[in-house]
Each structure stands twice: as C-alpha cells, then as structure tokens.
Design a protein around this ligand. Structure first.
Ligand code: 4AD
Ligand code: MG
Length: 481
C-alpha cells in the first residue's frame, strides 16, 4: 500500500478502505485522537485509535514530535473541525521523541525561542506555512520569467570585482590567516591566494547579468548574495536571495512596468495557490493585532493587503516630487524625523520612505530619477534639470510595512559618460574591462532591477522579522546551523 500525504487524504471526497500515511505527531489526546502532520499542508489529519486494540506500551510512545506510520480506513469524520479522519488499524512508531526535552511543545512559542530552534521550527504551523509560501513564491518567480521569455542565468557567487559599491563584502581566501604571504611593503600578497587575486562573495549578480542581457536579450538571476554590513535590523541579512532581471533595449519606464507586473504576478500566484497557508497567517496576524492598542492596528488584513497590491497601480513619483512632499510634511515641519529634509539631494532614510508609502500615498510607490551622487556609478545620467541638477535613471520600489523592496535602474550605455563617472569615483577601468567592452561592441539601452526575495516573503506572509522568512538566517554574530 502506497502512503499518501496528509494533503492528499484531506482532499479526498470519498471514503477509502485502506490508507497509509506517515508523519509527526502534533498531539495525542485522550489516548484516542492523534493529530498527525507531515508538512504537506497546514492541516493535520485526525487518526482515531481504539486503545483496547493496541498495546499500552506502544501508545505511550505516541508523543508530540514522534514519527509514526499509520494505516487504516479513511472515513467521514464524526467530530467537528475536519471532514475526514482515519480509523487506525495498524500503528508503528518510526522514531520516538522524548516528551521531556522536545522543544516544540503543543503551545505558543516565542519567535526568538524558535529562532534558536530553527532546525525544528518548521514543525510549527506558522513556520511551515511561511516556508511553504517561500517555496511557492520562488516557483512563481521562475514561472513568470519562463513564461515571459527570460533565460535563467547563474551568476558567480565568488567574484573578483568589487566595484558595485552595494555594501561591505566578505573576503574569500584560503591563505593562512595567521601567517599570510606578504609583499615587501607588509601588505598581504593576494597573488599567492587561490585565485591569484583578491576575491569576495558577490553582493549582486547585476554586472554579470548585464553581459548576458547584451547577448541573450532577457535574462534573470535568482541566487544568494552577501553583504557584510553590520546592520542589525528586522529587514537586513548578511546572506539573502536576490532576483535580478536584466533586459536589453528596455528603458526605465519599461523597467518599472516589468517590476510592477512581475510582483503582481507572483503575489497573485500565491493568492491562488496557497489559500490555506495565507488564511492561517492572516488569522495569526489578526490575533497579534488584537494585542496592540487600537491606534497602532493595521486596517487591512494580510490577504486584503496582498490583493490591494495585485489590483492597484503602484504610484510613480520622481525623487524631486518626493522631496517636496517630505519637506512640507508634518513630521518634517515638527522635526519629528530623525533626519530633517532640508535640501534637494538628501538621501532618503527609511523613516522618509515609510512616511511616503504608509502615510502619504498608502500604496506601493516607485521613486525614480534620484540625484546622481547618491546612486551607483552604472546608472544612466539624465540631462541636467532646469536648475542644473544631475539625476540618474534609478528607481526604488517602496512597500508599506517593508520599505525598500526593489532597487534598479536604466544602465549607462554610453562609453564616454561611463568612463568619466568611473574616473570621478576612482573605479579602476582595468578591473571592469569586460563591463566596458559591452559599451564598445554593440552597446544599447538596457535596464534591470534587484528584488530582495526575503522582503517579498515578509510582505506575503506578514512576518515582521526577516530572520523568520529564511530557513537559517545569517546576521552579525550569528551563523548557527
Ligand atoms: O538596492 P540594491 O543594493 O540593488 C542592487 O544590488 C542592484 N545591483 C540590483 C540590480 O539593479 N540588479 O539591492 C536590491 C534589493 C533591495 O531593494 C532590497 O530589497 C534587497 O535587495 N536587499 C537586502 N535584503 C536583505 N538584506 C540585506 N542586507 C539587503 N540589502 C539589499
Ligand atoms: Mg537599494
């Protein structure tokens, strides 16, 4: 007899004589009702045992966390809360669990405790729902690009270029840290290192993705990226997954259209395909909201928030317009912001981004055309505006509750302009010779963006801390598991 998953059994609409299922015991009530879960769905299947038919010693081993194999008859449930249940014929304990020490007890656990037990936290409803959603979202990402003619490109994890300027990098080296080979001036001689030069973990696959966009046309990467920034926030990881499409012959407007369409598509996918998990998380959030004072509660439920994003246009606002809004805003005038916006050119802090999306526009916002000197070297320079100010064709997409979800731009395709910019920023042309080649041989308008996958998962699950949407978070002072 082939074993079925709990999800398969629960979706049966007929009774079945002989079924077999394996999973982990969530609870065993009244020596009679086993709630069994195998991770295939948020729901448990109820297995009913008649204790008179079973050895007492065997039933004693049916404890929370134990792995068991059950066979029996699938019947319409007598009780409330489930449509079908299994009347158990045979019961085998595959793996015992010690009820004294098993960390995941059938009661509410704090997220901090569960982070310390991240290897077992997906045995809870919340984390199994989050991780099924994460999996579903990543499938939706590949599905979207596949259906839209993109090639999936694997950009390197170890990189020899550190010119992106996106953040502090982790060094990759196999030199003896205690006794490295030295140059005459006392500096480390990386010529003797594994790659014969200094190498790092990548902060972004963009520059390499550009090379493939300029030959395959439409490409995307979806892989891990690493940043050694010491930011201990609920939205930063040292290792996170980034989705980066890059498209030839596409300008910034096309880039905004792509990003918006893409995000609506993947969020729409989980609304369709992860209903039960979303309903569970929706309810979890509702309970959490109830514990907050009325004024701080969020008006929309999780599912309503996702639907709102899928059904409404993102607001597109230039940096210059945003600065005007912020300068005239109440928190700016009353000096409530930590960073008061005074002049055009100021970098936006997350308090400003949150004000724009959560208080002012109350929807996702695409900010574009940022001042050139607060953005990366590769972004395409605009003509100076009527006041002679220099901006670049950059865009950031800001989400309620999350802040920056996407960063992207149209790329500088003019060799002379790019070279000048690199010179001004002291970026060595020799290091990026291949990047400059793209501008020498058949250069063309092209654009792309990077979306922080964990921030998308946060939005789709309503989880408040980025450490709770990736299996094993890497953050300052923490690389357990
Ligand atoms: O804005 P960023 O730094 O953009 C780039 O790296 C570009 N090269 C992308 C491109 O154009 N292809 O990062 C992109 C996104 C951010 O908007 C944010 O969502 C996420 O990556 N991100 C992080 N997510 C988690 N932890 C961190 N430390 C992150 N840093 C950036
Ligand atoms: Mg950014």
């Amino acid at each position: 007899m082939n074993s079925k998953t709990v999800a398969q059994l629960l979706s049966q609409d007929e009774t079945l004589q002989d079924v077999s299922v394996k999973g982990w015991v969530r609870t065993f009530r009244a020596n009679r009702f086993i709630a069994l879960n195998d991770g295939s769905t948020i729901n448990n299947i109820q297995c009913v045992v008649d204790f008179e038919n079973f050895d007492e010693a065997l039933l004693k081993r049916v404890t929370t966390g134990a792995a068991i194999h059950v066979t029996g008859e699938l019947v319409e449930s007598q009780g409330k809360g489930q449509s079908v249940e299994i009347v158990v014929k045979t019961l085998e304990v595959l793996g015992d669990s010690d009820p004294e020490t098993y960390p995941i007890q059938p009661r509410k656990h704090g997220f901090e405790f569960l982070r310390r037990n991240a290897h077992l936290r997906t045995r809870t409803n919340t984390f199994s729902a989050v991780m099924r959603l994460r999996s579903s979202l990543s499938f939706a990402v590949h599905k979207y690009f596949n259906e839209n003619g993109f090639n999936y490109m694997h950009t390197p994890i170890i990189t020899g270029s550190d010119a992106e300027g996106a953040g502090e990098m982790f060094k990759v080296s196999n030199l003896d840290a205690k006794n490295p080979p030295l140059n005459e001036d006392g500096s480390v001689n990386y010529k003797e290192d594994f790659f014969g030069k200094e190498t790092n973990l990548t902060v972004s696959g963009q520059l390499e993705a550009e090379t493939y966009a300029m030959s395959l046309g439409k490409v995307y990467t979806f892989g891990p990226t690493f940043r050694a920034e010491n930011s201990n926030t609920t939205r930063h990881l040292a290792e996170f997954w980034m989705i980066e499409p890059e498209v030839a012959f596409m300008d910034l407007d096309g880039n905004m259209d792509l990003a918006e369409d893409f995000m609506k598509s993947v969020l729409g996918y989980v609304l369709e395909n992860n209903k039960e998990d979303l309903e569970f998380l929706d309810n979890r959030l509702l309970q959490e909201e109830k514990t907050k004072p009325q004024a701080e509660r969020i008006a929309m439920s999780l599912i309503e928030k996702i639907k709102f994003v899928v059904d409404n246009n993102f607001k597109r606002v230039s940096y210059t317009e945003a600065i005007d809004i912020l300068r005239n805003s109440k928190p700016n005038k009353k000096k409530k912001f930590n960073y008061i916006i005074e002049e055009w050119g100021a970098d936006l802090q997350s308090e400003h981004e949150r004000f724009l999306v959560e208080k002012h526009f109350k929807c996702p916002v695409i900010l574009f055309d940022y001042p050139a000197n607060i953005k990366a070297f590769y972004m395409r320079l605009n003509e100076p505006d009527h006041e002679g100010r220099e901006t670049v064709r950059a865009m950031d997409i800001l989400f309620p509750g999350i802040g920056e979800m996407v960063g992207g731009s149209q790329r500088e395709e003019r060799l002379d302009v790019l070279k000048e910019k690199m010179k001004a920023l002291d970026i060595d042309e020799k290091e990026l010779w291949w990047y400059l080649d793209l501008r020498k041989y058949g250069t063309a308008v092209h654009s792309g963006f990077g979306l922080g996958f964990e921030r998308l998962v946060m939005f789709a699950t309503g989880m408040g801390n980025i450490r709770d949407v990736i299996p094993y978070p890497r953050t300052p002072q923490n690389a357990e598991f």
